[in-house]
Design a protein around this ligand. Structure first.
Ligand SMILES: Cc1cc2nc3c(=O)[nH]c(=O)nc-3n(C[C@H](O)[C@H](O)[C@H](O)COP(=O)(O)OP(=O)(O)OC[C@H]3O[C@@H](n4cnc5c(N)ncnc54)[C@H](O)[C@@H]3O)c2cc1C
Length: 334
């Protein structure tokens, strides 16, 4: 699939999302790419249910609610999203625009790139089982991109955190057979999710193995069953899918290979407009580095605002943006 836009934003965390708003005010179209299956970056992946206290105008707001609000705020500008894909390569074309290719071969052509990649790509923590790579995309998934894939299938989820429990609750009425395997005797998740899991087990909608370790994956050409080690014995569970949800850890990933000045996993920028050493590529939010940098959401919002004023000149062939308050112009959708 080929997508054409004014500004490609790599990273749909809070700074990438707010950048769409600032671009939209200047009538520039945006397309966001994120390796995660949902927008929100660290707020969605690491701390959705934690309250944040330093967003101007909000004495307290849950991280998840801030992401929902940002999504609502950018709605009038109809951004495109490529989620669950990693921006892998960037090439500069003869007309000075860029072509970004993802790991799934989606291509996005953009006049400007805003890298809002935060701490980098969140990579799944994988269970230490022999040959696990062989079964990836042959029954083993680490990210749930589209839950419909698991409709009427036998699914085993492994893990004991919020993500594992939330997905069990979601999939309980979709799968033909659902099992949760967790290596500890207790969960590390919100108490209301734990109660819901107990209820699903009581209703026989979920089989639960606590204090049980994943031991072996079985199957000739694809996953057919897994062997788990419980306190008492080894058990073989037949299944179509195994989804280990052991959390994700960020890695800078492909960004390091794009010819940018990168130091200690962060991209050097000019604080005038957060431009990088490559004309047309900007870096905002946690991914950038400059003297006095603070990795805070509100700092990323400021960076996105200044960056878009500069990007406007590239998108509009040298024309300068005219500065106007939203109280005067309102929000005109594009
Ligand atoms: C526990 C915790 C509490 C925090 N509390 C606060 C707080 O109270 N106040 C505050 O201001 N800040 C807080 N922060 C920091 C705040 O979350 C970050 O400053 C903010 O998330 C940075 O936003 P971002 O958009 O720059 O990046 P991120 O939120 O990190 O999002 C970056 C996105 O880019 C994606 N990505 C990276 N590389 C690629 C690629 N090659 N292709 C596709 N996608 C890619 C990632 O998947 C990710 O989704 C906290 C952080 C943590 C961990």
């Amino acid at each position: 699939m080929k997508i054409v836009t004014d500004i490609a934003i790599i990273g749909a965390g809070p700074c990438g999302l707010f950048a769409v708003f600032e671009a939209g005010l200047l009538k520039m179209r945006c397309h966001l790419i994120d390796y995660l299956a949902v927008p929100g970056g660290q707020l969605a992946e690491i701390y959705p249910k934690k309250p944040i206290y330093d967003i101007p105008g909000y004495p307290e707001i849950l991280a998840k609610d801030l992401v929902d609000n940002l999504m609502k705020q950018i709605e009038p500008f109809h951004p495109g999203f490529t989620l669950g894909e990693r921006a892998e390569n960037i090439i500069k074309l003869e007309d000075s625009s860029f072509e970004i290719t993802t790991n799934l071969n989606t291509t996005i052509n953009a006049k400007v790139i805003a890298i809002a990649g935060g701490l980098g790509c969140f990579e799944p923590r994988k269970p230490e089982i022999e040959n696990i790579e062989y079964y990836e995309n042959r029954g083993i998934d680490y990210i749930i991109k589209d839950p419909i894939k698991y409709q009427n299938k036998r699914v085993i989820i492994a893990g004991g955190g919020d993500s594992a429990l939330d997905w069990c609750i979601y999939l309980a009425n979709l799968t033909s057979d659902l099992t949760l395997v967790h290596r500890r005797s207790e969960f590390r998740a919100a108490p209301e999710s734990v109660s819901k899991i107990e209820q699903l087990v009581a209703e026989k909608k979920l089989k639960l193995y606590l204090s049980s370790e994943l031991e072996k994956i079985n199957g000739l050409h694809k996953l057919e069953s897994i062997t788990i080690k419980t306190k008492e014995s080894e058990v073989i569970l037949e299944t179509d899918y195994l989804i280990p949800l052991f959390g994700l850890s960020p890695k800078l990933g492909p960004i390091a290979n794009w010819g940018l000045n990168v130091d200690k996993n962060a991209i050097d920028v000019n604080t005038l407009d957060y431009s990088t050493n490559i004309d047309g590529i900007y870096a905002i939010g946690d991914i950038n580095s400059y003297s006095g940098k603070l990795k805070l959401i509100l700092c990323g919002f400021h960076e996105a605002t200044l960056m878009m004023q500069s990007a406007y000149k590239i998108v509009n062939k040298g024309k300068k943006p005219s500065f106007k308050y939203t109280t005067v112009t309102g929000i005109n959708s594009i």
